[in-house]
Design a protein around this ligand. Structure first.
Ligand SMILES: NC(=O)c1ccc[n+]([C@@H]2O[C@H](COP(=O)([O-])OP(=O)(O)OC[C@H]3O[C@@H](n4cnc5c(N)ncnc54)[C@H](O)[C@@H]3O)[C@@H](O)[C@H]2O)c1
Length: 252
């Protein structure tokens, strides 16, 4: 792991009780960032809070990102406790159920879009308001390789993740003059509970997926966290509006 020094930085991570967000919270903690972490799963949140607190100062809040009022409130809490938000990572997401478009329900569409896209719109907006006052900051939104291609039975997920990229690009263009960078990380198949759930539901999914990945393995959550550390740091000072794909060559 490359070492980064975030010791003077305040970092907000939303969606960090599991998988990629958990690894990212730990990576930033080990880099000495002061953390404000949030998730809807209180038990998972407390567990990662205890782990991260071995390395740094950590505050946490329970939030369901579909609740706009509460999502805005936790941004206010983060600023009041830390004084600034130097880097924000918007990671909370769900894949929804595998259902063909013709058989799908509007309620499923609303749930996935509210969780994966509307929440990133509200979070990015709150983060930009704060960062414009600071005249600095870095926002990292978590998209997917399915931001760029279709996925069988995953129309709400693919649509939401495509939206994350366009929101990221627009936010980057509008905020560059304030010294703010906004980027997306787009993972391919990463070994997390989200993907494991699909492997257990769909016969041969794991074997078939592995055949499409040139590296013939899934990614590790830590390999996504490494990209977040880089994007949030001065090492990426001329990078904005971009989507960094981490997929073992899947999309190549
Ligand atoms: N694992 C993969 O292969 C993969 C691939 C591409 C993109 N992604 C994206 O990466 C992100 C993290 O996924 P993961 O694989 O680590 O999944 P995960 O299920 O392990 O973690 C998702 C986290 O988001 C939180 N979350 C979900 N809905 C929430 C809500 N309404 N309010 C607050 N928190 C909520 C969960 O509690 C959990 O901590 C997601 O946005 C996902 O779409 C994952």
């Amino acid at each position: 792991m490359v070492t980064y020094d975030y010791s003077s930085k305040n970092v907000l991570i939303i969606g960090c009780a599991s998988g990629i967000g958990r690894a990212t919270a730990l990576a930033f903690a080990k880099s000495k960032a002061r953390l404000f972490i949030a998730d809807k799963q209180d038990d998972g949140l407390q567990e990662i809070k205890e782990e991260a607190a071995k390395y740094t100062h950590v505050n946490s809040a329970v939030v369901d990102v579909r609740d706009e009022k509460r999502l805005i409130e936790i941004h206010e809490q983060a600023v009041s406790l830390m004084g600034s938000i130097d880097c924000a990572i918007n990671n909370a997401g769900i894949s929804g159920s595998f259902t063909n478009l013709v058989e799908s329900e509007t309620s499923e569409w609303n749930n996935v879009l509210d969780t994966n896209l509307k929440s990133i719109y509200i979070s990015t907006r709150s983060q930009l308001k704060q960062m414009i006052q600071q005249k600095s900051g870095s926002i990292i939104n978590i998209g997917s390789v399915l931001s760029f291609k279709g996925g069988y039975g995953l129309s709400p997920y693919c649509s939401s993740k495509a939206g994350v990229i366009q929101l990221t690009r627009t936010a980057a263009i509008e905020s560059a003059k304030h010294g703010i960078r906004v980027n997306a990380i787009c993972p391919g198949g990463i070994e997390t509970p989200l993907l494991r759930k699909h492997f257990s539901e769909i016969p041969n999914y794991e074997q078939n997926l592995l055949k499409t990945i040139p590296m013939r393995r899934l990614g590790k959550p830590q390999e996504v966290a490494e990209a977040a550390l880089w994007l949030g740091s001065q090492a990426a000072s001329y990078v904005t509006g971009q989507s960094i794909v981490i997929d073992g060559g899947f999309s190549a």
